[in-house]
Design a protein around this ligand. Structure first.
Ligand code: AMP
Ligand code: MG
Length: 349
């Protein structure tokens, strides 16, 4: 969850409609930004009440910070790390949020046949060190770390809301799912404060609620795959849905001419070497975020079946091959997008 990152491959231009002024009580667009979880969280919302907007955004950021103090694997005092300190012991009672995100980790681990695995932390730590030293992980350390990676060592007890890590040394990493979860939680806070018309984004993860006034949805632009810095040419209309992008564009290490992504294949313990960027649309942030990470491991050929198995999910894979860029989209993704250009409303995040 550390390190600021901006995903330039997909320029996320939020093209938000200007509310039609109904004279006495117009809905006004408000934007709030704050740094959390090592990145910038952005809230865009519509309300008629400015004071309510400020209160609600403060409540959102407090909620996200609270989640970070539960989920961080950088903070040795986080709830997650204290749970990991007790690996190999008896079941540990956890907060509702930690339990819920662990259930989602289990679901994605199962659906992706282990491509998404939140026990990947020991391996991820070795690769984080590689990013600093520019040396490959020592093979023996990598072998030992890899032996600790297997989500089946995580036992969840729904009735008692406990998590048991069955082997000593098992360490969790929620970096591939926490931001999606946090964006979902943020929207829930806004809805609870009477602001259903909102969108929350954190780096490559965006979750949308009710559409802006007078609009069908929140328009998210996708940059042309061959020129990520250019203005978007395709658009998605998001309503009660999420979009996440994951890949090796900004976080990777290059050693001896090979490039390794910060996303690792749990089966080999090696950072993904295919130059790949995956964009996913799904019904909620927690699914979109974890699915985009899983699809980086699986690639377009093996990933398609996973996408099909999740209702409401669609994906776009852009791989850099020896002969140029290759784009693969699931049929759902294609039908979600339009070429309609609405640049007069464009506003970059
Ligand atoms: P994202 O940018 O959402 O794809 O998340 C990447 C982060 O997820 C990495 O920085 C790791 O902390 C973590 N991670 C890496 N590989 C995996 C994996 N195979 N399964 C689950 N989490 C992973
Ligand atoms: Mg992810």
């Amino acid at each position: 969850m550390g390190g600021t990152r901006t995903l330039r491959w997909m320029v996320i231009a939020l093209l938000v409609g200007i509310p039609r002024a109904t004279a006495e009580n117009p809905q006004v667009r408000h934007v709030f930004r704050e740094s959390h979880m090592g990145t910038e969280f952005k809230i865009v919302l519509y309300t008629t009440d400015e004071a309510r907007a400020s209160r609600a955004s403060a409540a959102v950021f407090a909620r996200v910070e609270d989640l970070n103090s539960s989920f961080s694997d950088y903070d040795p005092e986080s709830e997650l790390m204290r749970l990991c300190d007790r690996a190999g012991g008896s079941p540990v009672p956890v907060s509702e949020d930690l339990f819920r995100i662990m259930v989602q980790c289990g679901r994605m681990s199962e659906l992706s046949d282990g491509a998404f695995d939140a026990t990947v932390n020991p391996v991820v730590r070795l690769w984080r060190r590689s990013q600093r030293t520019l040396q490959l992980p020592d093979p023996e350390s990598l072998r030992k770390a890899r032996e600790l990676v297997d989500f089946r060592q995580v036992l969840l007890d729904d009735r008692n809301r406990t998590v048991q890590l069955t082997n000593r040394g098992v360490k969790l990493d929620l970096g591939g799912i926490a931001k999606g979860y946090a964006c979902d939680a943020a929207l829930a806070v806004l809805e609870g404060q009477g602001i259903p018309c909102a969108l929350v984004g954190a780096a490559g993860d965006i979750v949308a609620g009710d559409p802006p006034p007078g609009k069908e949805g929140w328009t998210v632009g996708i940059a042309p795959h061959d020129d990520p810095e250019s203005p978007p040419t395709r658009y998605l209309n998001l309503v009660h849905a999420a979009i996440s992008t994951s890949g090796d564009t900004e976080r990777f290490v290059e050693i001896d001419g090979h490039r390794y992504s910060h996303i690792v294949d749990p089966r080999t313990g090696i950072g993904i070497q295919d130059r790949l960027m995956v964009t996913v649309v799904a019904p909620n942030g927690v699914t979109a975020d974890s699915l985009a990470t899983a699809l980086n491991v699986l690639g377009p050929e093996h990933g398609r079946d996973l996408v099909r198995s999740i209702p409401g999910a669609a994906a776009r894979f852009v791989s850099q091959t020896a002969t140029g860029l290759r784009v693969v989209e699931t049929s759902g993704f294609h039908t979600l997008t339009s070429l309609q250009v609405q640049l007069e409303d464009a506003a970059s995040p």
